[in-house]
Design a protein around this ligand. Sequence first.
Ligand SMILES: [Zn+2]
Length: 198
Amino acid sequence: MAHLPNFIQKLIDEFDKLPGIGPKTASRLVFDLLHRKEDIKILADNLNAAYQQIHLCPKCFNLSDDGLCKICRNPERNTKLIAVVAHNQDVEAVEKTSKFTGTYHLLNGLLSPLEGITPDRLKINELEKRISEEEVAEVILILDQSMEGEATAIYLSKLLKKYPLKISQLARGIPMGANIEYTDEVTLSSALENRKEL
Ligand SMILES: [Zn+2]
């Protein structure tokens, strides 16, 4: 691409790093974008805002732009109820059901000894700290129905047993191997409502 401005290749390289996008799709996206100057401005302004402001909520590790995230700041959310999830996408999936009024705790992944993801790599100490400092009545494990999800659920339920709280997990009905983020709202709502105590 020596005949084109250098920033074009740099943009393609950055798009290529995103999940699910190969070099061909990256070029197509960038060339398309370059013909829409107004959209480039919107994208540039928002990327810059993200760069300046994005950080993790110090309490639940959700994305935030200032101190606590919007959910932790909302006085109407029940802080006695904590949904433990692996990723941001899982929070989005649960919020879409409108059935959950508690707060979240993002682990930032799932346990996977094969990939070297041990408990210290996840926000598990931070979860324990929250439980020991706050008045928590129930922890709901909303984790993928995968080997990693199961391993994480077993680890957490053993670890949290010593605290006087209810530990629950989504009702069966979410198919084995399913990711929370791809589970439809109706299935997720009913799995949440019919959650089982561990
Ligand atoms: Zn938060």
